[in-house]
Design a protein around this ligand. Structure first.
Ligand code: PMP
Length: 423
């Protein structure tokens, strides 16, 4: 048996207390779409381990890629050296993403890739002789990570980071986008953001946003027309657009990248989470030739970032295998099927007393409650029904692995429905 007492007294878990620790469940192994508790019970993973395990767990193709890379070289520094897995991965990323994104920086985690994106934008404007363009415009309800640069771009109220406000760069925040995914975007809907850009553009380096799906800051889906208008405003006022697709990248919203819903291309793009199929930590920041050339012709002449584990060969090799698997397996059909089923099976919750809204996009299903839920009780009840979810605040949501079979998805939505309709 695992030493849960030690865990409870010594180990931080994400956003946890060591005085009043939330329950943590001991997991012995994971296979397909299930994670297995130490006592042998299998739980359907409705979270894809935070958007990452697209193909499920213990995937032979991914294991083989890691195994074979490990036998050649598990790591080598990227300063002054290079290797095939990194070249292959960056080729794939350049091919998969919109054409203007040509340059790739391999980072160690989502938050770091956001730091890199922000530094790229700042260095770009320094090299253009406009160092005063050093602030960002971000959206309320946005979430971009837990490190200091990224924290400063999260929603200042619900972004979980207000405790550090005095240490954070004060950026400018526009209201969260109001028009929903299937709605148009009126002049009024964009008016406040437009006004903020008009007033502040001389000091703005970039707009940063999560395209179409605002994740951890509210699980909100917004109109592609809104995103197009933001792109147009960035062009009009000469601002860079940073799209954070760490959660949405690799098909989750129904398009390979959520920017495709609006048919726009950002100047800088961040990817993470599903990049390695949920096996190893790695992220990437892509940028256009314009941004890269700007940076490299500036005062420093180089881009100022270079972590120890940059371009880790194991992570690159498994990312290559994951992308290949994704492309082989008709992900569009998988995601479409999940979307149709989630819509059908979660829809009835709309009439439940405690439910404020039910929304589905791609392989993401969200039930928003009227009141915050008691996570512990809810999780216990879901676990009894064989399902793993991690609700927060008023949000109970799922983004299952793409390989989930329809019976298992029904099991998952039934557990959600049974548990939530009684609240
Ligand atoms: N951006 C977005 C949109 C995210 O959802 C997350 C992770 N929840 C991050 C950035 C930060 O990524 P990481 O946790 O890998 O640092």
């Amino acid at each position: 048996m695992m030493d849960l007492e030690f865990d409870k007294n010594h180990i931080w878990h994400p956003y946890s207390s060591l005085i009043n620790p939330p329950p943590v469940y001991p997991i012995a192994k994971a296979e397909g779409i299930r994670i297995f508790l130490e006592d042998g019970r299998g739980l359907i993973d409705g979270m894809s381990s935070w958007w990452s395990t697209l193909h499920g767990y213990n995937v032979p193709e991914l294991n083989a890629a890691m195994q074979s890379q490990m036998e050649k070289m598990s790591h080598v520094m990227f300063g002054g050296l290079t290797h095939e897995p990194a070249i292959e991965l960056c080729k794939k990323l350049v091919e998969l993403t919109p054409e203007p994104l040509q340059k790739v920086f391999l980072a160690d985690s989502g938050s770091v890739s956001v730091e890199v994106a922000i530094k790229m934008a700042l260095q770009y404007w320094q090299s253009q002789g406009k160092p005063e363009k050093n602030r960002l415009l971000a959206l309320r309800n946005g979430y971009h990570g837990d490190t200091f640069g990224a924290m400063a771009t999260c929603d200042p109220v619900n972004g979980m980071h207000h405790l550090f406000a005095s240490q954070l760069t004060q950026h400018i925040f526009a209201p969260a986008p109001e028009p929903k995914f299937d709605q148009p975007c009126s002049d009024e809907d964009i008016a406040e953001l437009q006004q903020l850009i008009e007033q502040n553009h001389p000091q703005l380096a970039a707009v940063i946003l999560e395209p179409i799906v605002q994740g951890a800051g509210g699980m909100r889906f917004y109109s592609p027309a809104y995103l197009r208008k933001v792109r147009d405003l960035c062009d009009q006022y000469d601002l860079l657009l940073i799209a954070d697709e760490i959660a949405t990248g690799f098909g989750r919203s129904g398009k390979m990248f959520a920017c495709e819903h609006a048919d726009i291309c950002p100047d800088i793009l961040t990817l993470g989470k599903a990049l390695t199929g949920g096996t190893m930590t790695m992220a990437a920041t892509l940028c256009t030739d314009k941004v890269a050339n700007g940076i490299c012709t500036g005062e420093a002449g180089v881009f100022m970032h270079g972590p120890t584990f940059m371009g880790n060969p194991m992570a690159c090799a498994v990312a290559n295998a994951s992308i290949e698997l994704l492309l082989q397996r008709n992900w569009q059909q998988q995601v479409q099927k999940i979307e149709t089923q989630l819509k059908k099976e979660l829809e009835p919750l709309k009439s439940a007393a405690g439910v404020a809204d039910v929304r589905v996009l791609g392989a993401i299903g969200v039930v928003e409650m009227k009141q915050p839920v008691d996570n512990r009780t809810l999780q216990e009840s879901l676990i009894k029904r064989g399902v793993w979810l991690r609700p927060f605040g008023k949000l109970v949501y799922t983004m299952p692995p793409y390989i989930i079979e329809s019976e298992d998805l029904t099991h998952l939505t039934r557990a959600m429905t049974e548990t939530l309709s009684t609240l």
